[in-house]
Design a protein around this ligand. Structure first.
Ligand code: ZN
Length: 329
């Protein structure tokens, strides 16, 4: 039996070239508003066993160097809570540590229990989340919500755990990161019932209908639509439809947030810039956001008036500004 040959491209391809439409990376900094850093790093280690990044800090310093990654919002959504959250968050407390360990990156995080894991939610988990909410680098509660696509936890349990977390987050005034998939009716009903109209809400990795997005944007003035690399996939038409809808109506500047949801959702247009790469990159990371922004600009231009053209920089700036409004980062 022959050894199975790994098909992943050499790791230097993860260090992306500058985006062609964004030669000055510092001019339009990247803020990745939703990334799973620990799983991205463990994915990297499993795909590149001899990889040169030995720690999560090495990974961040190497991959994001010179790429203008200014800030990330890391997401902890497992139950039980991943114990490393405290070390990572503490290591971002002082400016000196952020320079030394994180290469100057502003590290922020949110925490909550994902609907997939709702069946594991209990008082101990909740106590730890509440503790994390008091950490100076914590900027929100999430990702929480409903997922009727996979139904990994019973729907009733998902709703119960969603509501419980919403009530705590609202009481604490914490911005919300929402995961909702094929659960439009229940997500809308629960959000409208338990969350004040002016609360800050990020509907992350948006793939649901443009009608739902429109209703939610109208009802909640501080709600944002999270755009990941999934917008570049031929299997998903909804996310582009939402962008076109924003480009023709006056929901301008776009109420979008740019995010990766790393390690998943590598933007498919990245391979236009990686012509020599054979195979597919096994993971995504925050420096890929300009490719998603470029795709958003193209989609917006399909619908926008001739005198309202969008380019990568404008989309990046909009995403950056909205990240500040949403999470204060
Ligand atoms: Zn996520």
């Amino acid at each position: 039996m022959g050894k199975k040959k790994s098909s992943v491209p050499p790791e230097e391809h993860l260090l992306l070239p500058p985006h062609p439409a964004r030669p000055d990376a510092q001019a339009t900094p990247i803020v990745d508003t939703h990334t799973h850093l620990l799983s991205t790093f463990s994915f990297y280690r499993s795909k590149y066993k001899q990889g040169k990044c030995e720690t999560v800090y090495d990974f961040v310093r190497d991959m994001y160097k010179g790429r203008g990654v200014e800030a990330i919002v890391d997401v902890y959504c497992e139950a039980p809570v991943q114990a490393q959250w405290r070390e990572l968050a503490d290591s971002a407390l002082s400016e000196e540590d952020r320079k030394r360990r994180w290469g100057g990156l502003e590290y922020w995080f949110v925490m909550g229990v994902h609907p997939h894991e709702a069946k594991e939610y209990n008082d101990d988990v909740e106590r730890e989340i509440l503790e994390a909410m008091a950490h100076p680098r914590c900027v929100g509660w999430g990702e929480i919500g409903l997922d009727y696509h996979y139904d990994n936890s019973p729907r009733e349990r998902q709703q119960e755990v969603f509501i419980r977390q919403l009530q705590h987050a609202v009481r604490l005034g914490k911005p919300l990161t929402i995961h909702t998939r094929e659960a439009e009716e229940d997500s809308e009903r629960i959000l409208k019932q338990y969350v004040p109209k002016d609360h800050r809400i990020h509907i992350h990795c948006y793939t649901d209908s443009p009608e739902w997005a429109s209703r939610m944007l109208d009802y909640f003035p501080n709600l944002y639509i999270g755009i990941t690399g999934v917008i570049t996939y031929a299997t998903n038409l909804n996310t582009s439809a939402v962008i076109r809808q924003m480009a023709v109506t006056s929901q301008s500047p776009f109420r979008i947030l740019l995010e990766t949801d790393a390690p998943f959702m590598t933007p498919s247009n990245i391979y236009n810039s990686l012509k020599d790469v054979k195979g597919r990159l096994p993971l995504s990371h925050s420096a890929m956001i300009p490719w998603t922004a470029a795709f958003v600009a193209d989609v917006a231009n399909e619908a926008a008036a001739q005198d309202a053209r969008w380019d990568v920089d404008q989309i990046m700036r909009t995403g950056r500004e909205n990240a500040r409004k949403m999470y204060g980062v």
